[in-house]
Design a protein around this ligand. Structure first.
Ligand SMILES: *[C@@H]1O[C@H](CO)[C@@H](O)[C@H](O)[C@H]1NC(C)=O
Ligand SMILES: *[C@@H]1O[C@H](CO)[C@@H](O)[C@H](O)[C@H]1NC(C)=O
Ligand SMILES: *[C@@H]1O[C@H](CO)[C@@H](O)[C@H](O)[C@H]1NC(C)=O
Length: 340
């Protein structure tokens, strides 16, 4: 099924909101205020979107993203959250690397890189969105996935981190747990879905994961209940990050041994180490208000800004190094020697 036809099927009035919006790139930098607060540079490179209060050390609660930001790269004008994933590299036949650019989704073609973000109360494509969820609280942050996962069983602990090989911009199936093994004509889409149950108390936890949980049985999609330890149902956040691979798609560029040439900025060539980070930063109770509206994608309570305004917001790069945006580099920033 395709995104176009999904939207076309919206015949039943929703009970609550499902929102979907684009965000341009804020910065591509070697910072990770969640896992390595204060560390410049952090071990690997990230691509980051959202409010411009983003910096190396964002103390929970104290660092008020909505107050400290003066702009956001996201379409909702009240969303100063930060969202990030690792960056992606193409490894050439001679062992040098170039960073793979990103592009906006259908409807956000003019956006400068970045990604698409969803907040859902039921699965994508469920136009009723009957479940009610509690929006995140100020200071909330979380992480999903593990950069150390290098096998499918390890990746399967995070059931909803996948890749879609885009035949065109509307391809949505199938999804795989590892990198696509063939060139993807319209790009590689990385899908990052976060857990949907919260312990109701902690805004964070030492591993940035144990304060949230997957449903006790069943899935978010089939409305499985939250476990007693994590009783509060929170929105499912989904990132769609579209890496524009067209510059790297010919047979001559791909490895002669039939393997695939893409590698995460933390040196993962399998794709099983897919992970994403989230720091909540919506202004006041604007997110809860939007989520309580009866709407699917087109939500009146969501104040929006133009793609031009999204593209104007950015922060200067902190770690000054060649990240291989315009030329091939010998090794990935922060990673040991080139992999030969
Ligand atoms: C990051 O933001 C905090 C405010 O929470 C500020 O105190 C700190 O100086 C900033 N750090 C940098 C490196 O800009
Ligand atoms: C390595 O390959 C890249 C991509 O084909 C090319 O641009 C670069 O010049 C090559 N570098 C060397 C040292 O051969
Ligand atoms: C989950 O378990 C509960 C209680 O055992 C049961 O009532 C419910 O149907 C199950 N839900 C799913 C989605 O499997």
């Amino acid at each position: 099924m395709r995104w176009n036809s999904l939207v076309g099927l919206a015949l039943v009035a929703p009970s609550h909101a499902l929102i979907r919006f684009g965000c341009s790139q804020l910065v591509v930098d070697r910072l990770d205020p969640l896992v390595n607060p204060g560390l410049t540079p952090s071990p690997h490179l990230h691509q980051i979107i959202g409010g411009n209060s983003f910096n190396a050390s964002m103390e929970p609660v104290e660092h008020d993203l909505a107050k400290l930001s003066t702009c956001t790269t996201c379409q909702p004008a009240d969303d100063f959250s930060n969202y990030w994933t690792a960056a992606l590299y193409f490894r050439s036949r001679n062992g040098t690397y170039k960073r793979v650019p990103q592009k906006g989704n259908v409807g956000f073609e003019g956006q400068n890189g970045g990604m698409t973000v969803y907040y859902m109360q039921n699965s994508l494509g469920d136009f009723q969105q009957k479940s009610k969820v509690k929006a995140f609280q100020p200071g909330f942050r979380m992480l999903v996935g593990s950069p150390l996962a290098s096998t499918k069983p390890e990746a399967d602990k995070f059931p909803q981190l996948t890749y879609t090989c885009l035949q065109d911009m509307n391809t949505r199936y199938p999804e795989t747990k590892n990198f696509p093994q063939k060139p993807c004509p319209a790009g590689t889409m990385v899908n990052v879905r976060f857990p949907t149950c919260w312990d109701g108390v902690n805004l964070d936890s030492p591993d940035h994961m144990s304060h949230v949980s997957y449903p006790a049985n069943g899935t978010f999609e089939n409305q499985g209940p939250c476990p007693a330890s994590h009783p509060v149902r929170i929105p499912q956040i989904l990132y769609e990050v579209i890496f524009e691979t067209k510059e790297f798609n010919t047979k001559e560029q791909w490895p002669a041994d039939g393997s695939q040439p893409f590698v995460w900025s933390f040196s993962d060539t399998t794709g099983y180490g897919n992970h994403g980070d989230y720091v909540f930063g919506w202004k006041d109770d604007s997110l809860q208000k939007i989520l309580d509206e009866e709407c699917y994608v087109n939500c009146k309570t969501m104040k929006t800004q133009s793609i031009d305004e999204m593209n104007k917001c950015s922060v200067p790069i902190t770690v000054d190094e060649d990240i291989g945006d315009t030329n091939y580099i010998e090794s990935i920033p922060g990673q040991k020697s080139p992999m030969l």
